[in-house]
Design a protein around this ligand. Sequence first.
Ligand SMILES: O=C1O[C@H]([C@@H](O)CO)C(O)=C1O
Length: 566
Amino acid sequence: SMTRHFKWEVGYVFRSPDCVENLVMAINGQFPGPTIRAKAGETLHVELTNKLYTEGVVIHWHGIRQFGTPWADGTASISQCAINPGETFVYRFKVDKAGTYFYHGHYGMQRAAGLYGSLIVDVAEGEKEPFDYDGEFSLLLSDWWHKSVHEQEVGLSSVPFRWIGEPQSLLINGRGQYNCSLASGSAVASSNATTTGRGGPCRFLGHEECAPQILGVLPNRTYRLRLASAASLSSLNFAVTSHRLVVVEADGNYVQPFAVDDLDIYSGESYSVLLTTDQDPAANYFISAGVRGRQPNTTQALAILNYKPNPPFRPPPSPPPVTPRWDDYSRSRRFSLKVHALAGRSPKPPRKSDRQIILLNTQNTVHGLVKWSINNISLALPTTPYLASIKYQLKHAFDRAPPPERFPENYNITRPPPNPNSTVGSQVYRLRLNSTVDVVLQNANAMKGNVSEIHSWHLHGHDFWVLGYGEGRFTAAKDEGHFNLEDPPLKNTVVVYPYGWTAVRFAADNPGAWAFHCHVEPHLHMGMGVVFAEGVHRVRGIPREAIACGLTAGMKKAAAEDDAGN
Ligand SMILES: O=C1O[C@H]([C@@H](O)CO)C(O)=C1O
């Protein structure tokens, strides 16, 4: 089948995503990066050249399994070395399943610098989706800070700790409005427009980088909106005034369709919703993304659903949707529980698992640094990529002790950690190839009293079944009986609610080394993740340029000599 070729250069550019100029990481000068569109079964061949001056770079293809190509997963220190300035690395892999995906940087906090774009995989020739629509739009949601990612990273790694704070703005396809609002007055100004002060009406001529996304639609049609969240921190709620949304896909898997007025989308998740333009065609309507899950300090992002032939900037007569209360977690759970696999389109989970790993999520300190830990270990990535050091049995590349699969019975998840100290570690959970693994993500109180933060966990290389969500501390006896083994959704990202737990099940069927981590960028930077590895001995043909760093730098030479036969 077909191979699609792309030649990308990653570099910093000055841009104004929310009408304020900042540094943005762009691909071929574009922010967000170019949208990749392909058909299931095709091969992507992305030749990536690093044009940054002093930083490495990698690109992760979020939601793509990388079956047989684990070195293309794009995770620095796990699947590959970071691509050095001036170097070129070829990502060549198959997109084997239709769905709404995205790609993004996976080194330091580069995703938060704007290194992301849409990746849409259509059904293969002759295949059909289980729903029809007349047109489609892809909406990449994210959040945005005026402080550089460099300053964010150093702040989080400083003593005293400097939190990044809440975002200055939310973006829809890389466009947001800081310090003004589309909702107050007409967004179109006469030609002598000036951007106004804080909170005043936005004034656009339409060509500005930060001019809102306009979705031009015809009345009485059905459109597929492909939503994906590349957000660094924010859990978002998406809504379109006066229009119901029918959810039909989650993370590249079909779901039993259900209608909502709004939907929650956590960092790393993607959805497809069907929207029918059955409202008054003389009006335009607001599209909104607002913060939930954390006390909001950022105005909602707005875009326009423009019923043609109305002028695109005609102010919608109705005000934007009101984002539901940020801490109404029972409302949030009710939405999560509406997502079920579409019968006959996804395999059901095995009735039993071979192993159950329980991961306690806590906030801790390590020598005064604020960290997130899993079973009291905060992930510190090694300099040599796990894929190489496991494949080539390189000693001393990472801590080979098996990481803890449980946490102490007497740990009280409703209180701050009695001893806030934890340690950093680089251990790997070794999974037996083709075994069925259950993971329970257990949330807990943060270091501050009466605080438990929302997290969104993403698994590389696999989809998992979401077996259930619960409140308080998970216990097998009390909770396993309530797992949904009938029609659990297949996802690659799942939310963990404050003081609650989320249980997932997956087949360890993909030889490679895979990250499993909180998709909240600062949390990952603070160590909130683990590494799984299965069947690495079976991995064949790791491209040398993927592993020429750390202890393997010498290997590159040795291997070359070896090839030269001396
Ligand atoms: O990791 C985090 O740190 C801060 C707070 O917990 C300490 O300042 C915050 O809100 C996070 O999500």
